[in-house]
Design a protein around this ligand. Structure first.
Ligand SMILES: [Fe+2]
Ligand SMILES: [Fe+2]
Length: 301
């Protein structure tokens, strides 16, 4: 099984193999990440989904149901992270950071567009964008709802109420960039893309998802840069650690398929252990860059 180290991760920390170097690695700053966005721009509406439609129709019902939970979590997730991002754009502290954050919001909108198009053209769900979101919502698990309709929305509102509230900004980036993107989204993207490629199915979806993953690595790179800057203040460093201790159990719940045993489940043909190892190793490595040791978090919990 490939590890995170094998992924293309421009701007992110995934290509660093010597863990002792993580705490001193040079990170791209918001200006460099903005310029990387210009070079990596892409279009969701030109991806060919014809073969995907044929693959979906030929798929057995059980696999379609398993994929529905995964795909719907991404579709709703991308819609949520687009609409709940505005407070962070308002909280910029430099012109370069504002430029980068504006690109991240449009990236998330593009990701939601890719899924909307896939649900319309491949799954054949007619009606409006909103109708397809409503249909996808039927597939979600309770932990997902709590994270994306509860915590994300509440913490986003705190930032909108006062964009200069640095504690609210640190909380939001910890949830959004470290947990939702760096832990959950990149794990799901890796699992799903690997599965589709091994089974030679849904090539248009894979093409779009690889481009989405490239965007997500750029987003996570920003979050890692931001938190490392703020963690120079011991009180904020402690705050990031406390928020992570609160959020990690909820994040583990988001990875459990609907109706599955939370202590013994599989996502497609990946065991719970494989999925969790991938997800939390990626988080642990990024936290090392920020200057936080996940082992001490576990001890404090
Ligand atoms: Fe996204
Ligand atoms: Fe993202």
């Amino acid at each position: 099984m490939p590890s995170l180290l094998d992924l293309t991760s421009q701007g992110d920390v995934g290509t660093i193999t010597d863990e002792s170097k993580l705490s001193t690695v040079t990170l791209m700053d918001p200006q460099q990440l903005y310029e990387l966005w210009e070079r990596q721009n892409w279009s969701s509406h030109t991806i060919d989904l014809e073969q995907d439609r044929r693959d979906w129709l030929a798929m057995d019902e059980e696999l379609r149901e398993q994929l529905s939970w995964n795909l719907s979590s991404f579709f709703i997730g991308e819609e949520r992270v687009t609409t709940q991002f505005s407070g962070l754009v308002m909280a910029y502290e430099s012109q370069s950071e504002e430029a980068f954050l504006a690109t991240q919001q449009v990236d998330e909108a593009r990701h939601a567009q890719h899924f909307n198009r896939f649900y319309e053209q491949v799954l054949g769900i007619d009606g409006s964008f909103e109708d397809r979101l409503a249909k996808a919502r039927e597939d979600l698990n309770p932990a997902f709802i709590e994270m994306f309709d509860g915590v994300l929305v509440d913490w986003g509102k705190r930032l909108i109420a006062d964009p200069a509230d640095i504690e609210a900004k640190v909380d939001f980036v910890t949830l959004y960039h470290m947990i939702i993107e760096g832990t959950l989204a990149l794990t799901g993207q890796w699992v799903l893309t690997d599965y589709m490629e091994r089974n030679s199915i849904l090539p248009g979806w894979v093409e779009g998802f690889k481009l989405i993953s490239q965007d997500e690595h750029r987003h996570v790179a920003y979050g890692t840069w931001f938190l490392r800057e703020k963690a120079k203040d011991p009180a904020l460093k402690q705050r990031i650690a406390s928020r992570l201790t609160e959020l990690i159990p909820l994040a583990a719940g988001v990875l459990v398929p609907v109706g599955a045993d939370p202590d013994d489940y599989a996502i497609l043909d990946y065991t719970m252990e494989e999925t969790n190892t991938f997800a939390f190793n990626a988080l642990r490595r990024r936290l090392k860059v920020v200057g936080i040791d996940m082992a001490s978090l576990a001890a404090a919990a």
